[in-house]
Design a protein around this ligand. Structure first.
Ligand code: FE
Length: 200
């Protein structure tokens, strides 16, 4: 392959997918048919708990995140699992048609699952749009924008006088002179090599 980086130029967004009892951040969403009730395809990582839930749930929603979204939403839905925390506890949601939608979003789409396709690491779920609403005609946040502004968006304040190591993926703070050998981030699961010493 001459340069795989070109795949990063594929435009992707940032959405919260929710279904009964769970939800996660997704970036690969595409409208794949036209008409009054178009089909929308969304790819979900197999290791996500939400993927398991989608095997049994017939309905799911996509909330479109705006460029000024509260980063807590990205942290909560992107770096945690419903296996460990209740994501709906700290983030304001409204239940529409039995599924939680994110209040701090540009709007939502409710989809009825029509098919799912195995895609190596992910499953592609295809849903038919049955309900939708727009709260705000704002600019959606793109995956590219998020990557570019990740450090600001996930900015953390550390306690003074302590050596802090910040997880560059999720912003979790480890206090100590060195991150121990074999340490993994308790929030997002990455290794110590992805921790950065605060101030460096
Ligand atoms: Fe982390």
């Amino acid at each position: 392959m001459k340069n795989k980086k070109i795949t990063r130029k594929i435009t992707q967004g940032l959405y919260v997918l929710t279904t009964k009892n769970g939800g996660c951040i997704v970036d690969a969403v595409s409208q794949v048919s036209a008409g009054d009730n178009p089909l929308i395809a969304v790819s979900v990582m197999k290791k996500n708990y939400t993927n398991e839930l989608l095997k049994d749930n017939e309905k799911f929603t996509l909330s479109v995140l705006g460029i000024d979204v509260n980063p807590e939403i990205i942290k909560t839905f992107g770096f945690n699992s419903m296996r460990d925390i209740n994501k709906f506890e700290n983030i304001e949601t409204t239940v529409v048609d039995g599924v939680n939608i994110i209040d701090d979003s540009l709007g939502y789409m409710i989809l009825e699952k029509v098919d799912s396709i195995d895609c190596d690491t992910h499953t592609l779920f295809i849903g038919r749009l049955v309900e939708a609403d727009m709260f705000e005609d704002g600019e959606p946040i793109s995956y590219g924008y998020y990557q570019e502004h990740k450090e600001d968006l996930l900015k953390v304040t550390t306690e003074k006088g302590k050596t802090a190591w910040v997880c560059t993926i999720c912003g979790y703070i480890y206090y100590g002179d060195e991150v121990p050998e074999g340490y993994v981030c308790p929030i997002c699961g990455v290794g110590r090599n992805l921790f950065k010493k605060q101030g460096e």
